[in-house]
Write a protein that binds this ligand. Structure first.
Ligand SMILES: Nc1ncnc2c1ncn2[C@@H]1O[C@H](COP(=O)(O)OP(=O)(O)OP(=O)(O)O)[C@@H](O)[C@H]1O
Ligand SMILES: [Mg+2]
Length: 261
């Protein structure tokens, strides 16, 4: 089997706010395999976005080891990190982060500029990706002329234009109605079927149930990491003991980590 896409070992991330330290992650271990399909759930403030930013190489842990695409990020300079990100990761932000005055095509083409791809090829590849996400008819529209779902799909096209092996999506369906959300999910699943590892954060139990594995976070820790029994795609392997807290003991009071529903 090929090497994992991302391996986080006992990673912590503490934010420093005017001398007060805020421990957002408190020792999380997680392996994302090639072709994986993982849903991360947990209450607001439990550290999901912080973890996603680390997995995507947008931030560095304050402690622990993080290996992305076989490279230990602690050994990389900021430009080397940026290059690794551009090669391995596609990141979809909850709030899209599109350039408002720039067409869909140029938004999608932007990561290729950093790669030194020529203009003609950039434009062709951006158009191809927009076609893929069902926006062939919106290529020259700007984000402020598009619906939320369309903007989300532009953001996904942009994340995919570099051909990443891992797609990280923070609440990709959070702002969408159920039909549009469904089409975004279908798109992520077809990419996954082509071998792209997909990691998504969601508050929606139905969305989480479609993934192959579900990671539950609470207070900066992973409190459970299970294959999803009813997943649309069957698990590649059994339970992932490696993704449970090192101590094997979940956070206090976590009788039913899946919560409610
Ligand atoms: N830049 C920052 N500076 C200081 N504290 C931060 C920063 N970003 C996040 N935090 C804190 O870290 C903790 C985890 O935040 P994070 O954004 O990872 O939560 P989350 O699980 O993504 O929540 P949500 O579901 O609301 O998006 C929170 O207590 C938050 O207040
Ligand atoms: Mg968040």
């Amino acid at each position: 089997m090929s090497a994992p896409a991302i391996v986080a070992t006992e990673v912590s991330r503490t934010y420093d706010l005017d001398g007060v330290s805020v421990p957002a992650l408190r020792g999380v271990s997680l392996t994302i395999d090639q072709g994986d399909y993982v849903a991360i759930v947990g209450t607001s403030g439990s550290g999901k976005s912080t973890l996603m930013h680390l997995l995507g190489g947008l931030d560095r842990p304050t402690a622990g080891t993080l290996v992305i695409g076989g490279r230990d990020v602690a050994t990389l300079s900021p430009p080397e990190m940026a290059k690794l990100r551009n090669e391995v990761i596609g990141f979809v932000f909850q709030s899209f982060h599109l350039l408002a005055r720039t067409t869909a095509r140029d938004n999608v083409a932007l990561p290729l500029v950093y790669r030194g791809v020529g203009r003609r090829e950039r434009r062709a590849r951006a158009a191809e990706l927009l076609e893929r996400v069902g926006l062939g008819h919106r290529i020259d529209h700007r984000p402020n002329q598009m619906s939320g779902g369309e903007q989300q799909r532009v953001a996904i096209a942009r994340a995919l234009v570099t051909g990443p092996s891992v797609l990280l999506a923070d609440e990709p369906t959070g702002n969408l109605d159920s039909v549009t959300g469904q089409s975004v999910l279908d798109l992520l699943e077809s990419l996954n079927a082509e071998g792209v590892a997909v990691v998504l954060v969601t508050h929606d139990a139905e969305v989480a149930d479609r993934a192959r594995r579900r990671i539950v976070m609470r207070d900066g820790l992973i409190v459970s990491a299970d294959p999803v029994p009813s997943a649309a795609v069957p698990p590649a392997s059994g339970p992932r003991a490696a993704d449970l807290p090192a101590s094997g003991s979940p956070a206090p009071g976590s009788g039913s980590p899946g919560g409610g529903s």
